[in-house]
Design a protein around this ligand. Structure first.
Ligand SMILES: [Zn+2]
Ligand SMILES: [Zn+2]
Ligand SMILES: [Zn+2]
Length: 258
């Protein structure tokens, strides 16, 4: 299993429009953060988690030329407003792309992207997607996937755990969260990699602050943790020096082989 961080930034991205802070004006490439997304590759296929407004740039930057399925976490703009860019992956594979989400997420997609589901222009120009209701446990592209709910303020968000049955390695993507219910915590033990939301130093009403994220890491003890959904509060190198061994900020384009 191979995971690439397509974007490690918060909803504004970093640099943030009109901000002249030290991080937003930094020349350190790892302080440049697009909206949050990952791609998970197995021997059998490529799974994209969320379709950010920067999906095109993320695909070009990382050489992503195949998407076999999309898993949605929730429908905030920073997670879904690149869905139309799936067209290019339809063209490349010649296949319709299944998009997995909860019934609420799928309803939101039908409403926000209503043109996709209407009889409109002929001759293409629209993504060809197939909305699939999430099951708690399923198999996709040769990976076992468990999905469970975390809380993002009052909004339930889907988290995903990927297990490669040939190697036994497993990784979880837990973003846009400020509270993990105990039944979901139970699904997050014995991870080789945890990718976890930490938006800034201080607590936030809908995201973990750094301290809360580190408390979760302390309980779960994953092999490795990457923090994501990072705002301009965090300078990459400074945060690397402040986090315990095995915990680091993610950065755009980062590749992890498990
Ligand atoms: Zn977000
Ligand atoms: Zn800034
Ligand atoms: Zn969100």
């Amino acid at each position: 299993m191979n995971i690439t961080i397509l974007g490690s930034g918060t909803s504004h991205g970093v640099p943030m429009i009109g901000c002249r802070c030290a991080v937003c004006t930094s020349s350190e490439p790892r302080n440049k953060r697009m909206r949050p997304s990952i791609v998970v590759k197995s021997e059998e296929g490529t799974i994209l988690v969320d379709t950010t407004p920067e999906l095109r740039f993320q695909a070009l930057a990382t050489g992503l030329d195949r998407v076999d399925a999309v898993l949605m976490t929730h429908t905030h703009a920073d997670h879904i407003f690149g869905l139309d860019d799936l067209r290019r992956f339809n063209d490349l594979s010649g296949e319709e792309i299944p998009v997995y989400g909860t019934p609420t997420v799928l309803d939101d997609i039908r409403r926000i992207y209503n043109y996709i589901f209407m009889q409109t222009q002929l001759g293409g120009g629209k993504p060809r997607i197939n909305l699939v209701e999430l099951q708690p446990h399923f198999r996709l592209c040769g990976l076992e996937i468990d999905t469970f709910t975390v809380m993002h303020g009052t909004l339930p968000v889907q988290s995903y755990r990927f297990t490669d049955t040939t190697t036994g390695k497993s990784a979880a993507y837990v973003t846009d969260v400020n509270f993990i219910p105990s039944e979901s915590m139970a699904k997050l033990y014995n991870l080789d990699l945890l990718i976890l939301d930490a938006v800034r130093y201080h607590p936030h009403s809908t995201h973990f602050g750094l301290h809360q994220a580190l408390e979760i890491v302390d309980i779960l003890k994953p092999g490795q943790t990457l923090l994501t959904h990072l705002s301009h509060d965090f300078d990459h190198n400074r945060l690397c020096s402040e986090t315990p061994d095995g915990v680091d900020p993610a950065y755009d384009g980062q590749n992890i082989v498990l």
